[in-house]
Design a protein around this ligand. Structure first.
Ligand code: GLA
Length: 728
């Protein structure tokens, strides 16, 4: 938007010298919701409402105070950014030690500013100051009106006569009122990512956090949801979704207070991270992201997914490349000839790109297993005597693109890089090294290391301008956190992530659109901080399609299908059709030995890829409706429908083997136009099989949504893909 328009659109509200009794309401509204802040008579900034918005914003002034009976708590429990060390005795959002050693903080409202960035996006900024110390915090609320999404962060600053220590420095502090609160959270491990748990919150503090440094999400992702009053279903109930846009240690405290209200405090984890802030220096926290729906989990997901495509994910509305990956086909065991064959197979299969995985680099300590070579990013001369460029050329000759795996943040103890630059490695100088997957992490807080990591990518592209894709892996957590570069070790975890983002910024400045997959020993690093730089992510090394139905289901609450990289592999016992159908529910790839496919299997895959070409736009850019939950019945069913509600695709699977359980059938469709007429045709049939679905029948959208449709999934038809088309 042009600066002139911004100027005209921007509305500056500066309020000063108001009388002591005056209260000011600051409603931060989106299409359906409002977060209403109130400046009370003591200039404290409190949250008086979070949830559905009112038709007349003036009525917010009539919201009764919750604390009539407990005046002592006024402005403490529901503070919009709770300081510590003065009147507040609850979990703080911010806690500091001033330059003079004093530990108290109070924050009073000074002014606020509402800036309309464009028709849909508004930034509300509120300045708070401590009356006793020259210390200030600006709260920022960036709202996306149509999507009902808010990003909230804070900027902390002071002008004291020395450094201030930030002991806690949250991005956001929310305050929610309901009868009861139900937290849905996720846990995981390698090959078991995104395992859901849902339970009622009890009094006290429930903390979701990680201290792993890198691969921050592997045990505990930062995405969560809280249902209000009762567990929200797919289509009903009030639910808040939250997540931190940060690829490192995070901490989210959910405190059910003595007045039965929920305080949510989210930010970078302050674990081992007390931050020394110089006078006039700004500390900007990462955004805490949230959306709220009173129409259930499905509506909340679609809002978040559409926001992510429009505003966050790199090229979120663009296209993606289908691919053949060699990891499970070869592991470390390959040479140029073998790869040439795989490149030919890529063409034969009909996908866009061949992706060369781990094992292609290092000479002194060749990368023939996972315990050597990381850091030495020259092609291995024995395996690839003619380098990467000959592979890129071969791909071009075969009319496919070429992509490559790197793990640039890591170093093997057996590597030339480690020998040359031991000071670049994260380790405790006085302690024995401790490895995760036989490797160590490079110190990205060090600008020299940032240059090195940037250089890995830049060199690959400079030497191979036709290189079309990168898989960026990150397999180790940070043990023995210590930087030989940093003077203040308490800054390490934060500076690591800042360093990573600096590198990614530089890469994107020079290579703005090249697709890069975010991978972390499976799905160890998936968050919207990182996804600004990546076009897709690897959900898990677990590609057993039955497991994937569940895992992709859980990821889909927070992430759209276009970023979900799903590969057909040999994991699991399901036939190739089942495996391919599941992988099609996102960004399709293959990691199989094409030459070992039977004739029919190959023919099926080739046809599936062609079919996918026609469906992918609906899957990637359409709205997603979860129809039948695999955790609740025998059948899983997921629908994607385009904006015009004319074209859809429904994936259906048998996920249980109980006899005669038809209770969830027929499956009621969602998101259609009740007045449109549709036909339903089964697609992606395995060669030699026929469909039991009558594609000649015509249904109204109303019928399909009120009565439903039976995809006829059964033991002989475990996986059924249906194409829904509007009939004129
Ligand atoms: C990680 C990734 C895999 C593969 C291997 C290579 O585990 O998740 O997909 O790339 O590394 O070592």
């Amino acid at each position: 938007m042009r600066s002139k328009e911004i100027f005209i659109l921007s509305l500056l509200v500066f309020i000063a010298g108001y009388s002591k009794a005056q209260t000011i309401n600051i409603p931060i509204e989106t299409k359906s919701n409002a977060l209403v802040l109130q400046v009370n008579s003591n200039k404290g900034l409190n949250i008086i409402h979070f949830g559905e918005k009112l038709g007349d914003p003036k009525e917010y002034a009539q919201i009764p105070s919750t604390y009539k009976q407990a005046e002592d708590y006024t402005g403490v429990l529901n503070s919009a950014y709770t300081p510590s060390g003065s009147r507040n005795l609850m979990e703080p959002a911010i806690s500091v030690t001033h330059a003079d050693g004093n530990n108290s903080l109070d924050l009073k409202y000074v002014s606020h500013n509402i800036f309309k960035i464009d028709e849909n996006v508004t930034l509300t900024s509120i300045l708070l100051k401590d009356p006793a110390y020259n210390f200030e915090v600006t709260l920022h609320y960036k709202t996306y009106y149509k999507e009902d999404v808010t990003e909230q962060w804070s900027v902390i600053k002071h002008h004291e006569k020395g450094n201030v220590i930030l002991n806690k420095f949250a991005s956001a502090n929310l305050y929610v009122k309901a009868d009861s609160y139900w937290l849905k959270q996720f846990h995981g491990d390698w090959a078991r990512e995104m395992q859901p748990e849902e339970a009622k919150l009890t009094h006290g503090i429930k903390t979701l956090d990680t201290k792993l440094g890198t691969r921050a999400n592997i045990f505990q992702p930062s995405v969560f949801m809280v249902s209000l009053d009762k567990i929200a279903t797919e289509d009903e109930g009030k639910v808040l979704y939250g997540s931190l846009e940060w690829s490192g240690n995070f901490r989210i405290d959910l405190e059910l207070d003595n007045q039965n209200n929920l305080r949510i405090i989210a930010g970078i984890n302050n674990y081992a991270s007390a931050y020394t802030l110089k006078p006039n220096e700004e500390f900007t926290t990462p955004p805490f992201l949230y959306t709220f729906s009173d129409k259930g989990k499905g509506d909340a997901s679609r809002k978040l997914q559409s926001w992510a495509r429009d505003y966050k994910i790199l090229d979120g509305n663009g296209t993606r490349l289908t691919l053949l990956n060699n990891w499970e086909a070869t592991y470390f065991d390959f040479n140029e000839n073998k790869l040439f064959e795989l490149i030919k197979d890529t063409k034969k299969l009909g996908v866009d790109l061949f992706l060369l995985d781990d094992g292609w680099f290092a000479n002194k300590y060749p990368r023939n297993a996972d315990n050597t070579g990381l850091g030495d990013w020259e092609a291995n001369k024995t395996k690839l005597p003619n380098g990467i460029s000959s592979l890129v050329r071969e791909a071009k000759n075969n009319d496919v693109k070429f992509g490559i795996w790197i793990e640039p943040e890591m170093v093997s103890p057996k590597s030339e890089l480690y020998e040359k630059h031991p000071e670049w490695v994260i380790k405790q100088p006085e302690r024995e090294e401790y490895y995760y997957r036989n490797q160590l992490v490079l110190d990205l807080s060090n600008p020299e290391v940032q240059d090195f990591v940037y250089g890995i990518v830049d060199d690959l592209f400079t030497e191979n301008p036709d290189l079309a894709y990168i898989k960026w892996d990150c397999n180790a957590v940070i043990y023995n956190a210590h930087s030989s570069y940093l003077k203040n070790q308490s800054h390490f975890y934060i500076e690591y992530v800042r360093g990573l983002y600096k590198v990614l910024e530089r890469i994107r400045a020079k290579y703005p659109t090249v697709p890069i997959m975010l991978c972390s020993g499976g799905g160890g690093r998936v968050d919207y901080g990182a996804l600004q730089y990546f076009t897709e992510f690897w959900l898990s090394d677990n590609t057993d399609p039955l497991e994937r139905i569940f895992m992709q289901w859980e990821y889909s609450y927070f992430y759209p299908a276009i970023v979900s990289a799903n590969h057909v592999t040999d994991w699991g016992k399901q036939p190739i059709k089942f495996r391919t159908d599941v992988a099609m529910m996102g960004k399709l790839g293959f990691d199989i030995v094409v030459s070992e496919l039977e004739e029919k299997e190959l023919a099926f895959c080739q046809a599936a890829i062609k079919l996918y070409d026609g469906l992918k736009s609906t899957i990637w850019h359409g709205d997603q409706y979860r129809l039948a939950n695999p955790t609740e019945g025998q059948v899983a069913s997921m629908l994607y429908i385009d904006e015009s509600k004319s074209n859809g695709v429904i994936f259906n699977y048998l996920v249980g083997n109980r006899y005669g359980d038809n209770s969830k059938l027929p499956i009621r469709l969602k998101g259609l136009d009740a007045n449109k007429k549709y036909s339903i045709k089964e697609v992606n049939l395995y060669p030699g099989t026929s469909s039991s679905i009558d594609s000649e029948k015509i249904y109204s959208g109303e019928f399909l949504m009120k009565i439903g449709f039976n995809p006829d999934v059964n033991a002989r038809r475990t996986s059924v893909v249906l194409q829904l088309s509007e009939v004129e």
